[in-house]
Design a protein around this ligand. Structure first.
Ligand SMILES: [Zn+2]
Length: 411
């Protein structure tokens, strides 16, 4: 029996992923997320399914789970750390939605219902669904990120977001032999500079900024990136402060040390940092060397009030550590030197730089991973430039599929 596949979102785009898979009468959904743009964008509405497998808790993978569990009585298979982070992000997205006046896809009550539906797994565990066994493997993207291997007469691997190199926070993913590979392709056509070079460049810039009497403001995504930067700062001589949602993520990460590459180092990094717990602490942080805070794309959170205070100071610097999506305040700042503050566009005088701390595999790493899995067919998803990687994979002899959202196909 072939497997029938359909993307409800996240096929030819980065974001709002939902992969519907039908096999021998069972209907499985992998991820159900939303893209947190302004306004947010959602996947197609999902028909009744038997079970949901969550790869990891970034909003574009988990953000629509409460919508699903409010309609269908199904289990959500996930690592415990992904559940806790996911609930934190969903609660936050409801708050942001209410503040911005977006129509709500679900309520706080729906999130409570969703919480009760989670079925906890660890790496190496197997879940039986109909005639299939689904095995969980580490995806190396952020702590707890999971790839799912479907074993039946033929095997299929769904990667979710993937990173194959070791970072300070997590160990990279290893290939899994399979017949069909459904792989993310965010960085198709692009490679990252070596991580050690990026780390050195960031530390060198912080050194320059502090020497000239400025403050280095490091906007970072709360989940994963903040902890990666904390681990880097731990070994430096700088006084660093943390503000925003990264603080809650730290607490959750420390509860699940089995998903952290070195729980001891993370604990040391957290113990050495200064935490902004109240308004007074914020003004103390302003005088420090380094401030790490959310949001990573400058679209909200405490980072805006820090930039507002620092923006006329050419000695200070904004050191971006994540991808700045089209339409975000961070992208605007890089391209125009201007930024929105409460709807008013203002010039920022401090230095602005961008550093590539991506948690996704680059082009060559995706290619190497696919070869290591040695599948017959490869489905590329979660990418807006998939053709480049598809070309290189075809040259290696693989059959490659590039389905669009809503396009049904079989494996
Ligand atoms: Zn992700």
């Amino acid at each position: 029996m072939p497997i029938e596949v359909e993307f409800l979102g996240g096929g030819q785009e980065v974001g709002r992923l939902g992969i519907l898979l039908k096999h021998s009468g069972s209907k499985l959904l992998f991820d159900y997320g939303m893209t947190a743009t302004d306004p947010p964008s959602y996947p197609m509405s999902c028909p009744p399914v038997d079970i949901l497998f969550l790869t990891h808790s970034h909003l574009d993978h988990c953000g629509m789970i409460p919508w699903l569990t409010a309609r269908y009585d199904i289990n959500v298979v996930s690592t415990a750390i992904s559940r806790e982070i996911g609930i934190l992000l969903m609660d936050d997205s409801v708050k942001i939605g209410a503040a911005e006046g977006y129509p709500e896809p679900y309520t706080s009550k729906d999130i409570k219902i969703a919480r009760g539906k989670f079925d906890e797994i660890s790496f190496g565990d197997t879940v039986n669904v109909g005639k299939m066994q689904v095995v969980a493997h580490s995806a190396g993207h952020i702590p707890g990120a999971t790839m799912y291997e479907l074993r039946g007469r033929r095997s299929t691997l769904v990667t979710g977001d993937l990173h194959t190199l070791d970072t300070r926070l997590v160990t990279g993913a290893r290939p899994v032999k399979c017949d069909n590979l459904i792989m993310e392709s965010t960085y198709s056509g692009r490679n990252h500079p070596p991580r050690s070079k990026t780390e050195y460049a960031l530390l060198k810039k912080v050194d320059e900024v502090t020497r000239r009497g400025g403050t280095a403001l490091i906007p970072s995504f709360a989940v994963g990136r903040t902890q990666e930067i904390l681990l880097l700062m731990k070994d430096s001589k700088y006084e660093y402060w943390l503000d925003g949602m990264g603080r809650s993520v730290n607490k959750i990460y420390q509860r699940f040390p089995e998903y952290i590459r070195s729980p001891k180092r993370l604990r040391q990094a957290i113990n050495r940092m200064n935490e902004v717990r109240n308004f007074r602490a914020r003004s103390r942080a302003m005088k420090a060397d380094v401030i790490i805070t959310t949001s990573g794309m400058l679209d909200g959170g405490p980072v805006l009030s820090y930039i507002d205070s620092l923006r006329d100071d050419p000695k200070s610097a904004i050191l971006l550590t994540g991808y700045q999506v089209e339409g975000s305040n961070g992208r605007k700042l890089i391209e125009t030197g201007m930024m929105d503050f409460k709807g008013v566009s203002e010039r920022v005088q401090c230095e602005v730089m961008k550093f590539d701390f991506s948690a996704h595999a680059g082009h060559d790493e995706l290619l190497a991973f696919a070869k290591g899995c040695s599948p017959e067919k490869i489905v590329l998803m979660h990418g807006d430039q998939r053709e480049i990687l598809a070309g290189d994979l075809r040259a290696e002899g693989f059959e490659v599929l590039l389905p669009k959202n809503r396009e049904k196909f079989t494996l």
